[in-house]
Every structure is written in C-alpha cells, then in structure tokens.
Design a protein around this ligand. Structure first.
Ligand code: PLP
Length: 496
C-alpha cells in the first residue's frame, strides 16, 4: 500500500513520506498525517523472533512507503548500532509489577535518541530521492532533550545545518551542558529568554514566514524540522511499541493477541501519539495512559474536552514535559474530528487567538482509548524513592510522573492489564532531582556532575558516558537571545 500524507489543516495537500520528512511542517501550518494508517502485516509471533532493527524495518516500510527496503535498511543499520549501549536498543525491565521500556540507551540518554538517531539518515535519503540539492537547515525548539539528540544526530552531516533554541532557564544543568558543548561546524545553539512554548511558537513562525523562505531559496537552503511535528520523528517512535509488545510475547509474559496498556510521560504529545498510531495499526493495546506533570493541560483536556493553555507555566523537576501547547495533539484532534481539516484548522485558530478550544461530544467519544492524569512534584519524588527503596530500580523524574499516574489509574479503574511504562530518560540526566528524591531533606553539595558520582555510588549504576564526558568538554555555544528575536538569530547564522 502506498501511504500518502496530507495536512491536518488542508485536505488538498497530498505528498509522499519522503517529501513530508523534508518539509517538516505543511505550508498551511498544519502537520502531516498519513491519509490512511496501514495494518501491521506480521503476527506478534513473527515480531517476537526479530531484533530491534528487524521490527524497525517491518514497521517503517509500511509508513514510509516511498523509501525502498534497501534505503530503509541502510538508515536503520546506521542508526541503531553501537551508539546504543545495549544491543537490545530498548530493553524492557520489570519492577513493582509493571514493565519499564528503557528508551534512554542512546547517545544522549533520553528517548529522543530513538527517533533522532535515524532522522538525519532519513532526511538525507529523502533529499536524494527528491533531487533536492539545497542545504537543509534543521530548526529545532527544545524543552531540553530534543536539542541535544538532534545536535548529536546532525553534527557534521554533510548538506545540513542545525539551529537549536532552548529556554535558558528551563532545562536541567546537565541538559544545558550537553547542548552548549556540542561539537560540529554545522551546529548552532541559542538560549532564549522565554519558555519552551515561546521557543516552539518562534520556530513555527519562522517556518511560515514566506519572505524568509524566499531569501532561503535564493541562498540555496531550505528549512526542515527535527521536532516531533516531523513525521520522520513519529514513525520511528511507533517501532518501539511494537518491539515492546513482541518482547513480552517472546518472554512468555503475555500471549500473542493479549492486550497491554502503554503509560507515557507526556509533553508535546509525540511519544503517546506514536503509541496511538501503533494501536490503530493493529497492535493489541487496551488503554493509553497520558501522564502529565503540574503543567496538566492535557490531563484537563481528557477530563473536560476543553484545551486551555491560559494558565501559569510551571517549572518542574521534569522539564522536558514543561509544555502548555502540545503540538502533536493536533494530529489526534484531526483524527477524532473524522479527519476534517477545516474543523481542525478552526480549533487551531482558536488556540492561536484565545489560547483555548473545546471539542464536541462526538469527538470526545472517540477519546475512549485515553486516560489522562497528572502527578505533583511530591508524588513524583515519592515514586522515585519507592521504586528505589522497594525494588532497587532507579528511574528519572519524567518516568516517575508516568509511574505515579499509573498507580492512580489502577486505583481508579482496577484494570489489571499488563502495562508498559515508557521510560524516557536516564536518571543521570536529572541527578540532583533524583538524588534529592531518594534522600529527602538532605543538603546536597556539589554540582550536578559531582552528584552523578554520588548517584552512581548508591545505585551501583555506572555514570553514563554521555554525562562523564561533559566534565572535560569545552563550551562552544554561549548566545542568548530574546524570544522575539529568534528570526534575527537565524538570519545572522545563515548570513541572509
Ligand atoms: C520529550 C520528553 C518527554 C515528552 O515527550 P513528548 O513526545 O513531547 O510527549 C518526556 N520525557 C522526556 C525525558 C523527554 O525528553
């Protein structure tokens, strides 16, 4: 089946997967979505015999149907190699009666590596297929993890430049250090005076600036995105849900066809949307548990049907989820509207002008797959402590949001379906918060890198290379700009 992509805001758009990856965002401001989701054409038993790369090929060839199998295999082999510290790529651990799908064994120790290790290869291949000769400029807003993963993926990739904007005071010290020490002549990093939503809105604005696009074209370059608005991010994320399911079958934890729940710590709604797509493609999934931190706009949306971003932006210990405008929700809105681009556009226009919109009762009925709740800072820390004390298993602050929300879900519903929690970052990326959770009330001395040693000592888990190498890494990026001067920074960087 040939999968064609359209825009959530304009039904007349019809492009191939490779074109959608190259463009990132539709000209009308909409997100690219497949016009129909293909069905998985392997049985769970067949998937159970495959390794990560094998599952990736089977899933990705369905959705990226204009890539040849050769091309995809080459991208997959380059992405999921020894950059990951385990050949399993995404190992499944069991603790406290639930499974943790560890998505943080890649180069930058957050789940963003799962998609951003392969995106540069997909993009280069897509450029070649479409005879694109201009330089591709990757523009990325980050709440902390996407930035580093994208920088690592695109650094020194011929024919590309990458520009990253992060909220100067909204990321963890280790996240910031990872970004500002990034090597590569084609990498550019800016802190902004503002939060993640400001960074994301700024990037979207730059994307839709027609005059700038013209100047770019004249200079022989074009923009694309490494954010999860890019379908090239989303498709590789579907893979690990199928893989997790197949591991449970392979290990005899479930029978083929049994349902599982996926519990996902959510910010921009990309990760959980991939789980939803996996379900639509036929993976036996029961509920999708959407876990928020104190920025609980999504939790409220699932309870009331109203999305309302008019509220205080709260800086939490799970900064990668500090988001009030969850971009990928647009793809879900499109789906529950009956793939109605006109209606979707109207909701998104309301969001842009008044900061809120309310969906209709018929749309709400189509959200039955989802359960939304949130965890407070106290609940988050308590969950880290409980898992460590009771099960000897160390999780990070984002994963803890999911684990704490899962407890609420079970208490509320009594659902005993086997459940997989998306474990999205290494605890060593958020050492101070994790250590503080384990040792409440204790005065922690030293910087986050010193604390990494401490965390290693008490947990027995070695400090990941991604953290230890930061000690000696030179700072290369020091620019900070106002949120409304991002476009200027881009023009300067590109010499326009
Ligand atoms: C990005 C991120 C999330 C949120 O994922 P979304 O796809 O934006 O919902 C959660 N945890 C960590 C550690 C992240 O880096």
């Amino acid at each position: 089946m040939d999968v064609v992509y359209t825009s959530t805001r304009d039904k007349s758009v019809r492009i191939s997967a490779s074109q959608a990856i190259l463009k990132g965002l539709s000209d009308d401001g909409g997100l690219f979505v497949p016009t129909a989701l293909p069905r998985l054409d392997r049985t769970p038993e067949e998937f159970a015999t495959m390794d990560y790369r094998g599952v990736a090929l089977e899933v990705m060839k369905l959705l990226l149907s204009d890539f040849t199998e050769e091309e995809l295999r080459s991208c997959i082999d380059k992405a999921y190699d020894e950059k990951f510290d385990t050949d399993e790529i995404a190992p499944l651990s069991e603790a406290k009666g639930r499974y943790f799908l560890e998505l943080y064994h890649g180069k930058t120790i957050a789940f963003k590596d799962m998609a951003l290790s392969i995106l540069p290869h997909l993009m280069i291949t897509a450029a070649r297929k479409n005879h694109v000769t201009s330089e591709i400029v990757i523009l990325t807003a980050t709440s902390g993890d996407t930035g580093k993963a994208a920088l690592a993926g695109f650094a020194d990739v011929h024919g590309t430049k990458i520009i990253v904007f992060y909220p100067k005071n909204g990321v963890s010290p280790i996240q910031e250090r990872q970004m500002v020490t990034q090597k590569g002549d084609n990498t550019f990093v800016f802190g902004i005076r503002g939060n993640f939503d400001d960074a994301q809105s700024g990037v979207k604005k730059i994307f839709s600036d027609k005059a700038l696009a013209g100047a770019m074209k004249a200079a022989g370059c074009q923009f694309s995105s490494a954010n999860s608005i890019n379908i090239g991010r989303l498709v590789p994320q579907i893979v690990y849900y199928v893989y997790a399911y197949s591991r449970l079958v392979a290990n005899g934890r479930i029978k083929a066809g049994d349902k599982v729940n996926f519990v996902v710590p959510t910010g921009n709604f990309g990760n959980i949307l991939a789980a939803f797509y996996a379900k639509q493609m036929g993976l036996p999934v029961n509920r999708l548990v959407c876990a928020s931190n104190s920025n609980k706009v999504l939790c409220d949306f699932f309870h009331t049907g109203e999305y309302d971003r008019n509220r205080e932006f709260i800086l939490t210990t799970s900064p990668s989820m500090d988001i009030l405008i969850s971009s990928n929700l647009e793809r879900l809105i499109y789906w529950i509207s009956g793939e109605d681009a006109t209606r979707t556009k109207a909701f998104m226009d309301q969001l842009a002008t008044s900061g809120k919109y309310a969906i209709t009762p018929d749309m709400r009925e189509r959200l039955a797959d989802f359960y939304g709740n949130y965890a407070t800072e106290e609940e988050d820390a308590a969950e880290i402590r409980r898992l460590f004390d009771d099960a000897g298993y160390l999780i990070d602050t984002h994963t803890a949001v999911a684990s704490a929300v899962y407890d609420k879900y079970v208490k509320e519903t009594g659902d005993s379906t086997p459940s997989v929690i998306a474990s999205t970052a290494s605890p060593f990326k958020f050492t101070r918060s994790v250590l503080q959770a384990i040792r409440p009330g204790e005065e922690l001395s030293g910087d986050d890198l010193d604390l990494a040693d401490e965390l290693s000592k008490i947990s027995g888990v070695p400090v990941p290379k991604a953290v230890s190498e930061l000690r000696s890494a030179a700072v290369r990026h020091t620019s900070v700009v106002d949120a409304d001067r991002m476009e200027e920074a881009v023009e300067k960087t590109l010499g326009l």
